[in-house]
Ligand binder design. Sequence first.
Ligand code: ZN
Ligand code: ZN
Length: 359
Amino acid sequence: MNYEKRISKVREAMAKLPVDAIFVTNLMNVRYLCGFTGSNGMLLVTEKGSRFFTDGRYRTQSADQVEGADVVIYQDPPELGSHLRTAVSEMKATQIGFEATNVTFARVDELRGFFEDAALHSTKNVVEDLRAVKEPEELDLMRTAAHMADDGFSHILDFVRTGMTEQDVALELEFYLRKNGAEDVSFSPIVAAAERSALPHAHPTDRLVEEGRYLLFDLGCKYKGYCSDLTRTVVVGEPDSRHSSVYEVILAANEAGLSAAGPEKSAREVDRAARDVVEAAGYPEAFSHGLGHGVGLEVHEGPTVRTTSDDLLKPGNVITIEPGAYFADWGGVRVEDLCVITESGVEVLSKSPKELIAL
Ligand code: ZN
Ligand code: ZN
């Protein structure tokens, strides 16, 4: 990854703000800007240079991973404070931006003490906005992560039988993904049987997989830090006409969303295109969430694809298109694809079959 280039883009963004430095504390942003993957690290980017701070546990790891910034190891918070004061005075920064969505009130008080001779300014989404537009190298990693999720879905269809619990199936899915190259799952897999498929964020339970009902899988994995996200809904045994008709509507909504997405398209209108299909079917209230979200180092990041989104899609955005319809006590369907906005439309990364599968 070209960390120097990313840091120079942070400096371009800083030039439009009343700051001459940004103190990056969101660990995903830290990773994005200098490569560090540990659990404690902060990056101070000024107009003149950048300095990375971590504690003694990460001496070796930071020496191996951090690029484009000088590494400073500290023992305790007072020592961190004195290193930060030294850094800002050496790099002549006086107006420090902090990441407002990542710090608590307590942390802001602490930062006031650390940067006692500088002014603090709240900033939002400086690094997140850069992360939302993926570089070709990131897209390659996401294609691999999406492929792993497809492979996991295909495996779990072979594995699952009636009488297994959701938990049995979810564990097998996670084990398979991790055994086959995923460094982690992007989130604990959702396996929702029968009426539980009507819960958009069902947590696997001891509910049994049952004949003649929906079975919903929502899964994703991480590859070199990058997440995938995939949902498919199948019917165990023979679908009845209601299973088929709700499925057809949601599949059509997914396709309408994919067709509407593209460069310079408003994310809100993409949501609208999919939602219109569900509304025309007569159950708008059954589609009870936004159409999608950005994916990258985090499984939920920018841009947002929902009715209230102000985001405009750009080439390099990676988003999900995941309409659903949920009917309490009966079941629900969601069909989720991961796609990249390209110069001319979308590239769909999820390759799992989309016609209704009868297991
Ligand atoms: Zn998902
Ligand atoms: Zn999703």
